[in-house]
Design a protein. Sequence first.
Length: 387
Amino acid sequence: MALTMRKVRMSRISIGTRGSKLALWQAEWVKSELKRIYPDLKIELNKIKTTGDKILDVPLAQVGGKGLFVKEIEEALLRHEADIAVHSIKDVPTEFPDSLYLAVICKREDPRDALIISQKSAGSRKQTNPPSPPFSKEARLPSVGQGQDGITKSIIYNIPKGAKIGTSSLRRSCQLLNIRPDLKIEQLRGNLDTRLKKLDEGHFDAIILAAAGVKRLGLQSRITEILPFEISLPAIGQGAIGIECRIDDRSINNLIAPLNHPETSICVKAERAFLKQLEGGCQVPIAAYARIVSQDSPPHPPLGKGGHRGGVNDSSFITPNSELIMDGLVGSITGDRIIKGHIEGSPEHAESLGVRLAEDILSRGAKEILDEVYNKCFPGINGEISS
């Protein structure tokens, strides 16, 4: 009998979640999906403050460690104070405490980064490039326009010299500084509303956020441009929601199984295998994006060279003609060095493809870059504390 038709033997469950507006949106979404399948199930939210939520005046990269946004929630799972934990996948380490695991990966939202420019800067900027098209799960995304020398068109190139850009991510700052070393990257922490408020108060000329979070909170009208993958390759698992639970809790595992999205799960597992092989965390300049396409489509050159960036339609399922396409990179904190890689293969071998891509990038100099990142204190970027 299908999982969705199995009788639920429990009458109540508790969801462990952070207390931010976005985290609560994600937990409420999981709750609503479970209620849709199991109308009589009682579900409560257990709001938990994590280390990452408590430390707001220091860049996360300088705090160090992994699991800054999940550790306390995992402890609640181990104490049976929560039955499941809802996370943003990009915050979840590749290693789990004994007896816990990532049981479900839900359907992915837009994985790209979003550029939001202040009203003052927008008024003085000549908009020569339109925003990127909406993210679609159709077989192919529209091609991104190419400028002189094959450079992808983006509003990033129109931002005034020396502009202040707010971001909480070394991954984003690394890629931005690689193409615009004149930009001043500055530390930006806090929830989404706080970040937008700082932008509106004039602390920054522009900020960069994950498009998925902005869209989930209904603030997509604030987005100036969705950054092309060639400009900003996403964090591992960006845009996807994960559900963690106890391995030996069969009832809970059966309960949440229908929320797993096979295509997203395969792609995210490839990305996380890439990250694990690099021994990286979410606060390191590492990026990757995997997608599943049909082999019947035209060839798939790497991103940045007119690369295929699509995914199969939501109603499709993986067939013998499906192929997993993945791009990844490792960069230096200052953005002066970025090593990129590309791999293709069967979705059945998703994790091994992620490992092979990591090994390829490591062999071409990424190991030296990561050694520098891990062995040194994180320097300020452009003279400022940044993360």
